[in-house]
Each structure stands twice: as structure tokens, then as C-alpha cells.
Write a protein that binds this ligand. Structure first.
Ligand code: NAP
Length: 545
């Protein structure tokens, strides 16, 4: 593992987002030679690509940054409770500079193929330009939501106006956000898609577009974000309480600053419930989903109660009752799909310059040269924005031709759904690690918190192997079967499987996808304990050689 040549490394990392950056730093600190290959022109992953107006995260900013460096925590000031994309990317740039990360990252290059060499027990990767590189370990840091998904609507290429996917927004050449030349002023604009990205971009476009047409297929349950600037007093308090912030995160189900109320909705009086829901609806962040009664995500009766409360709020906020009804989900309960957090999203539909087009009622037939044709009429447009999301969780891995030790492709091995041990390794693919992979505890999480756990666990493992002179690690088939079963059981105890969502791997634009739960619903604390136990038991469930 020390024979370093130009293209041979101890570890190759795919992707320079939050997980790839931290994995690079930890492995480098541990004395391994590492190379990161990144498709984008710079670091940042999600925050590099998603530059659409309004893009920000729904985690409290101070719970989102890396926790590993006290100096970094004190040096960096988040300006808003929920940081906007340019600020987050600026933060990641500071991290890259402070820890001199870029020197080991090759940008503007895509890994197209990765093959495990059984004899040498190492991975060989092929880049788009034909070059190759090899490493003992291959670490995927591609992110669960990075494979951009365009809609399977006919005629998209015929459109002659301006069009963007939210996750491929053009960059500001001089800054961290989106290109300033993309303006909605005086324009007829369409947005297709009303997930978390659509909701955020719609709120912004509605401010300046001459007319905005929102093409909605299935509505989501949205709730207020309640963002605000961080005052100087709050800043001082945040800086003084990072240990408590991260401790709290480490104890909650999804590593957010919100933990469930011990009461059950079904056992609480309607008056008490109403008062509690009102309180949560008026508070910041994901509390409405995560700090709610503990039965809302596991008991459909409790879920009906909170869903009805949110439906009432939508009816209150949207003036036109018919539009309000179209915005209320009828096919899934609150929280069973990712809840987009919003700022005046519902009020947008009270504006004269905004029209909701329900494409379940009037389906899109095609994109034309001039705009969008539904079965009712043609909408002439200056700009179409595709907020149609991603091929989720395994999508980015599936776009790389990954061949394991018997020539099997990872894509085929997971065709009926992912099968992993701890969401970190698959049988038949030795020395390949999937940070934030399918069935990984980091998959349903305030992501940087779990990224740190994943990265540190993998780093410890690689050090353990180096110390013992081991060169290969792979989970047993039994360990994979057991973990996959455990993941399915954990999901079955929740209401997540009742909804079609990216959590369930549903991507209607990709008919190959099977409907199966992609994440880990047992909670982060339980996942972390399991990982610690496995490590303490000399990596039980893995075969090390
Ligand atoms: P998404 O949740 O998958 O939403 C995609 C939207 O596009 C859905 O409304 C979908 O409708 C629609 N759509 C897809 N294909 C279509 C087609 N062919 N015709 C018409 N409509 C179509 O994607 P996203 O909004 O990008 O969000 C993905 C995830 O990224 C979020 O759940 C979240 O985890 C993360 N994210 C986070 C933030 C944040 O932190 N605030 C912001 C953005 C994204 P159907 O529902 O009917 O399929």
C-alpha cells in the first residue's frame, strides 16, 4: 500500500462533495495516498451543481457544517439559520483551502468504469478521456441525489427557448451562486416538478416572472421553514454551544436538532393536539415532522390527523379553494415523502402572475419548439425549468460500469434493490465502499453528521487493515442478507413504504427502477452503535484477507 506512482494510490475517491472532501482529508491524515476524481470543475458536490435561485438546505446551518475542527467552527459565521447555496459553497471552499484539499483532486473528469482485479486485489478505474488509475480501495462519495433526472417527456430537445434543470443551473463565473444572466423578469416561465427543489425555485421565480406556470403532477406536503438572519447574540451562542449542538444531533433519529415528542397523537385530546401542531407549524425547520407526536410516522391514524392539520393550513393560505385542493396531496400522508420546507410557497398561488397547471388533469403531451403542449392547450414560454429531481441513491453508481470480483456488475447485482452490509459494502465487490450508500444510516440523516461517521469508520477500518497487513475486505453473503432484511423490517415499521417517493427508489422516468426502500429507517443512533459493535468485534460479518 505504499508503492505510490502517478496513477496508483492506496485509495481512489469518486466525488469531491462533502463526503469526498472529508474522506480525502482523513485518509491523507492517516498517511494513505489518495486521489479524488470529480466530474465538476470544483469542489462542493450538491452545492456546486444546485445553484438555482432559492436553493438552501433545510437543516439548521450550525448543525450542518463539519464538526471535526474546532478552529473551523469558530472561524466560520453562518449568516442565516438555513444557509443559502452560495454561502454553503463559500464555506466548502474555505474548507478546501484551509486543508489544502484541491491538490489531490482531479476536476472535470468522470470515472466511467471500475473493475476489481481479483489477482492483485485492487480496483482499476477508467476515466472518460481513456486514462486509467488504480488503487487498493475504491470509495464512492457520489451522493444519493446527484444523478440528474430529466423527465421522459417527448420533444424536450425541440424547445427553442431557454431551459435549465435545477441541478444543472449555470454558475456565476465570478461567484458561488447561479449565473446572474438568468433572469425571469418579463418572461413567461414554466416549472415542471414540485419536490423540494421545485418548491424553492417557484417561490423565487414568482417574485419577478411576468407569468409563472407551475406544472404539478403530484403535490407534496410542505411546511414553513421560518428562516431568518442569525443575530450577533445568536452567533455568539452558537459558537459557544457547538459541543451541545453536535451531542444533540448524535442522539436524534436523523441527526437533526429535533427529537420526537413522547406523546402519541391518537392518545391526545383534539385541543391539545391542535395547540401542539400550531406551535410546531410556527417554529423553524423540520420540527413539524421530526419533533411531532411519536406515532405520526408509524400509525396511519396519527398520520391522518397531522395530514388533516396541514391540509387545513393549505386551505387557509390559498385563496382559491379549487387551487388549494389541487395543492393538497391525496395519495400519501404527511412526512411519508420528503417534506419540502417553504417560505410563502402557498401564497405564491394567490398572485395574479402564477398559474397552477394540474397535469394529472391535463397531462403534458410534449414539449414543442415554443413551449409545452398539454392535452388542453399549448403554453408559449420563454423559459422551462425542470425541477424533476434525480435518479435516486443508486442512480449515480449505476452510471458507472462497476464490475466486481467475478465480473458481475453492481447495477445488475442491485437490479431488484440494493443488497449491502451496513450500506457500506456489497458482496462480490471487495474493497469498494459506498459512503451514504443505499441502506446506510447516513441515507436518512442530516447528511454531514452521518458523513463524518461513515468517513471516520472507513478510515479506522483501512488503518486496521494496514496494521494487520490485510489487503482485501468483503462482507459475507449472510451478513448482507441479514442487513438487507433488517433494513426492510425497519422500513416496514414506518409509513414510508405507503408512498411512492425517491425514498422508495421510485423514479417514474426510469422504468428499470424497482420499488424498494432505499434508505435505513432504523435511526442513526442505532446504526452508529451497530457500526461500532462490528468494528469492536474485528469487523464481524466481513471477510478480511
Ligand atoms: P423530487 O423530490 O424527486 O421531485 C421531482 C418532481 O418532479 C416531482 O414533483 C415529480 O412529480 C416531478 N416530475 C418528475 N418527472 C416528471 C415528469 N416526467 N412529468 C412531470 N413531473 C415530473 O426532486 P427534487 O425536488 O429535486 O428533490 C429531491 C430531493 O433533494 C429532496 O427530497 C431533498 O431530499 C433534496 N433537496 C433538498 C433541498 C433542501 O434541503 N431544501 C432542496 C432541494 C432538494 P411526481 O411526484 O408526480 O413524480
Amino acid at each position: 500500500m505504499t508503492n505510490v506512482t502517478e496513477d496508483a494510490f492506496d485509495a481512489i475517491i469518486i466525488g469531491a462533495g462533502i463526503s469526498g472532501m472529508y474522506q480525502l482529508l482523513k485518509l491523507r491524515e492517516a498517511g494513505f495516498s489518495v486521489k479524488v476524481y470529480e466530474t465538476a470543475g470544483d469542489i462542493g458536490g450538491t452545492w456546486y451543481w444546485n445553484r438555482y435561485p432559492g436553493c438552501r438546505f433545510d437543516s439548521e446551518s450550525y448543525s450542518y457544517g463539519y464538526s471535526f475542527s474546532k478552529e473551523l467552527l469558530q472561524e466560520w459565521d453562518w449568516t442565516e439559520h438555513f444557509s443559502p447555496q452560495p454561502e454553503t459553497l463559500r464555506y466548502l471552499n474555505l474548507v478546501a483551502e484551509k486543508f489544502d484539499l484541491r491538490k489531490d483532486i482531479q476536476f472535470d473528469c468522470r470515472i466511467t468504469k471500475a473493475t476489481f482485479d481479483k489477482a492483485d486485489k485492487r480496483w482499476e478505474v477508467k476515466l472518460e478521456d481513456g486514462k486509467t488509475a488504480c488503487a487498493r480501495f475504491l470509495i464512492s462519495a457520489v451522493g444519493p441525489l446527484s444523478a440528474v433526472q430529466m423527465p421522459n417527456i417527448e420533444g424536450i430537445d425541440n424547445y427553442e427557448g431557454e431551459s435549465w434543470h435545477t441541478a444543472r443551473w449555470p454558475r456565476d463565473p465570478d461567484g458561488f451562486g447561479g449565473c446572474k444572466d438568468v433572469s425571469f423578469e418579463g418572461k413567461q416561465v414554466a416549472v415542471i416538478g414540485t419536490g423540494a427543489s421545485g418548491v424553492q425555485v417557484i417561490q423565487e421565480i414568482a417574485k419577478t416572472a411576468e407569468h409563472l406556470f407551475v406544472f404539478q403532477r403530484r403535490p407534496n406536503w410542505c411546511a414553513p421553514l421560518k428562516n431568518s438572519l442569525i443575530s450577533d447574540e445568536e452567533q455568539a451562542e452558537i459558537k459557544a454551544s457547538y459541543p451541545q449542538i453536535f451531542k444533540k444531533c448524535s442522539e436524534t433519529f436523523g441527526s437533526f436538532l429535533h427529537s420526537p415528542d413522547p406523546r402519541m397523537a391518537v392518545d391526545t385530546s383534539p385541543e391539545e393536539r391542535q395547540a401542539f401542531f400550531e406551535k410546531l407549524y410556527g417554529e423553524r425547520g423540520f420540527g413539524i415532522a421530526l419533533a411531532n407526536f411519536r406515532d405520526i410516522m408509524v400509525d396511519s391514524k396519527a398520520n391522518d390527523i397531522i395530514s388533516e392539520f396541514i391540509a387545513g393550513k393549505i386551505r387557509e393560505r390559498v385563496n382559491n379553494p379549487q387551487v388549494a385542493e389541487k395543492l393538497i396531496p391525496k395519495n400519501h400522508g404527511f412526512g411519508t415523502r420528503r417534506v419540502p420546507l417553504e417560505t410563502n410557497y402557498y401564497e405564491v398561488y394567490n398572485q395574479d402572475n402564477v398559474t397552477l397547471v394540474d397535469i394529472m388533469e391535463t397531462p403534458i403531451e410534449c414539449v414543442t419548439k415554443a413551449g409545452i403542449q398539454t392535452n388542453e392547450r399549448e403554453y408559449e414560454l420563454d423559459m422551462i425549468i425542470y425541477a424533476t429531481g434525480f435518479d435516486p441513491v443508486t442512480g449515480a453508481l449505476n452510471r458507472i460500469d462497476i464490475c466486481g470480483n467475478s465480473g458481475d456488475k453492481l447495477k445488475d447485482t442491485w437490479a431488484d434493490g440494493p443488497r449491502t452490509y451496513l450500506g457500506i459494502q456489497a458482496h462480490g465487490f471487495p474493497n469498494l465502499f459506498t459512503l451514504v450508500g443505499p441502506h446506510n444510516g447516513a441515507s436518512l440523516c442530516n447528511i454531514p453528521r452521518c458523513i463524518e461517521q461513515n468517513v471516520e469508520w472507513v478510515t479506522d477500518l483501512l488503518e486496521y487493515m494496514r496494521d494487520k497487513g490485510l489487503v482485501s475486505i468483503e462482507p459475507t453473503r449472510e451478513a448482507v442478507d441479514e442487513w438487507t432484511e433488517h433494513c426492510d423490517e425497519a422500513a416496514a415499521r414506518t409509513l414510508f413504504p405507503t408512498a411512492d417517493s425517491w425514498f422508495m427508489g421510485v423514479n417514474r422516468n426510469n422504468p428499470e427502477r424497482k420499488r424498494t426502500f432505499m434508505l435505513y429507517a432504523g435511526g442513526v443512533p442505532k446504526y452508529n452503535v451497530k457500526c461500532e459493535q462490528v468494528a469492536a468485534d474485528d469487523y464481524e460479518g466481513f471477510v478480511l484477507q
